[in-house]
Ligand binder design. Structure first.
Ligand code: NAD
Length: 484
């Protein structure tokens, strides 16, 4: 499907009327617009999903048949890789290379979860419960792993294809039906993916894409009594609202992948040739709009100056630009709102006396571009240090020893990811245990694979996605007792 056809089609999609502009963040121009799907559209979509679930048209298919459909989705994503990547770049501000990478990962999610469709199984045991009652009772017990039913899948703009695939693939493998809500800023690729699901053989009504605002469509999904579970990726603030909505409605189950303020620890003995470029990459990629970006770097005194200078030097070489600007290595922020937010943190920091080693300003051109920014002299009590900025901004602080480094790293309400660079093996593994984060990288950063679980400690999340854990997110366990 050609890009201009998607832009036209999305304009024609039904909705309740309020029009959401879809903006190219590299030019600030409007690409197209889409009508918001409010509570009525959500009711309809949930009803379709519920009917499909109850009919068994998908959940009761043999696992081997579901697997074939999921595999086909992966193949079709590969076939449509060029237009998916083009739209992802255009709408989410990714570089073409990054967008191509995200499409490939998306296809792999479907192939990976195709394999799990035939491996959904429980446990069985013969139990002798005579001890408690004094009566000699022997029973056969087994567990069934069953799909939740209708699930709501809600995700942000920073990785539209990635988030679509990492949620839709396992929910389909588990046999769930779903209502899928991409971010209002980046709805374009979801339209192609929706079409691909149908072409691959996902029955009508099983996966329903709804485009709309969070406070309308998103809130209606989380409050809906027929939605049994919500899997959400986004900010910690909205995660909290979702928990409240789940509690106030049907106590639906909730999985949350939330914000981060991930620390990177660089010790005196680290391989700086690897650590400095990786720490810079892990901070500035996608203009800092990845949840696991290492936005707080702690360098031991002996290498502190070298780390600050090395990262600042790399920051200065990074060329910013949109998908059509040749040589661009980093794209724009997603929106005016995000630009205002990031500049607000920088302005506050400057008035608080932080030292701007490099960057700290937006580009003098159209598009929401902010120069990669390195800050020092940042107070650990400041908002800059404590809050998620979600922009190309890093604070670098010195430390003296391991205990101080761990204390600084763990001084956060977030716990998404952490990285440690050291050649001391014992220290590396000690740090893996001491760092309060769902993912720890030892001499590597920004690692992810669809076969491994991913989730946040502290206020970075509830539950896990990806890997086997990502499948189990969509399954509940029934325990069956049979008298022998
Ligand atoms: P956001 O929380 O504002 O929005 C995320 C999604 O939730 C959007 O689809 C939005 O429309 C919807 N939403 C907003 N209000 C809602 C409500 N009241 N009820 C239901 N849905 C609602 O987040 P954002 O600004 O779009 O994305 C950035 C955030 O996402 C950052 O905090 C980032 O760390 C986080 N993130 C986390 C992960 C992870 O895996 N932990 C991955 C990517 C992004």
């Amino acid at each position: 499907m050609k890009v201009h056809a998607v832009l036209d089609e999305i304009r024609e999609r039904p909705g309740t009327g309020e029009v959401i502009p879809v903006i190219d963040p590299a030019t600030e121009e409007q690409l197209t617009e889409v009508k918001d799907c409010g509570p009525e559209a959500v009711d309809d979509a949930v009803a379709r999903a519920k009917a499909s679930f109850e009919s068994g048209v998908w959940r009761d298919l043999p696992g081997s048949e579901r697997a074939k459909v999921l595999w086909r989705v992966g193949e079709l994503i590969d076939q449509h890789a060029a237009e998916l990547a083009e739209l992802e770049s255009l709408n989410a501000g990714m570089t073409p290379l990054q967008a191509q990478g995200t499409v490939a990962v998306g296809a792999e999610f479907f192939r990976y979860y195709a394999g799990w469709c035939t491996k959904i199984e429980g446990i069985a045991a013969d139990v002798h419960t005579g001890g408690l009652t004094g009566i000699d009772v022997r029973q056969h017990v087994y567990t069934l792993k069953e799909p939740y039913g209708v699930v709501g899948l809600i995700f942000p703009w920073n990785g539209p294809i990635f988030n679509f695939c990492c949620k839709v693939a396992p929910s389909l493998a588990a046999g769930c039906s779903s209502v899928v809500k991409p971010a209002e800023e980046t709805p374009l690729t979801a339209v192609i993916l929706e079409r691909i699901l149908a072409e691959a053989g996902v029955p009508d009504g099983v996966a329903n894409v709804l485009i709309g605002y969070g406070h309308t469509a998103g809130a209606a999904i989380t409050a809906h009594p027929d939605v049994e579970k919500v899997a959400f990726t986004g900010s910690t603030e909205v995660g909290r609202e979702i928990v409240h909505a789940a509690g106030a409605s049907n106590l639906k189950k909730v999985t949350l992948e939330l914000g981060g303020k991930s620390p990177v620890l660089i010790f005196d003995d680290a391989n700086l040739e690897a650590a400095i470029p990786m720490a810079a990459f892990g901070t500035f990629i996608h203009s800092g709009q990845a949840c696991v970006c290492g936005s707080r770097i702690f360098a031991q005194r002996g290498v502190y100056q070298q780390v600050v200078e090395g990262i600042a030097k790399i920051a200065d070489t990074l060329q910013l630009g949109g998908p059509k600007d040749e040589g661009a290595m980093i794209g724009p922020l997603i929106s005016q709102k995000q630009l205002t937010r990031v500049m607000g943190y920088l302005d506050q920091g400057k008035s608080d006396g932080v030292e701007v080693v490099t960057g700290g300003h937006r580009l003098d051109r159209k598009g929401y571009f902010v120069r990669p920014t390195v800050l020092t002299n940042v107070a650990t009590t400041s908002r800059l240090f404590q809050e998620e900025i979600f922009g190309p901004v890093v604070a670098i602080l010195p430390f003296d020893d391991e205990d101080e480094a761990v204390a600084l790293a763990n001084d956060s309400t977030y716990g998404l990811a952490a990285t440690a660079w050291t050649r001391d093996l014992g220290r590396a593994h000690r740090l893996a245990k001491r760092l309060q984060a769902g993912t720890v990288g030892l001499n590597c950063q920004m690692q992810f694979d669809h076969s491994m679980p991913f989730g946040g400690y502290k206020q970075s999340g509830w539950g896990y996605e990806s890997g086997r854990a990502g499948l189990e997110t969509y399954l509940q366990t029934k325990i069956v007792w049979a008298q022998l």
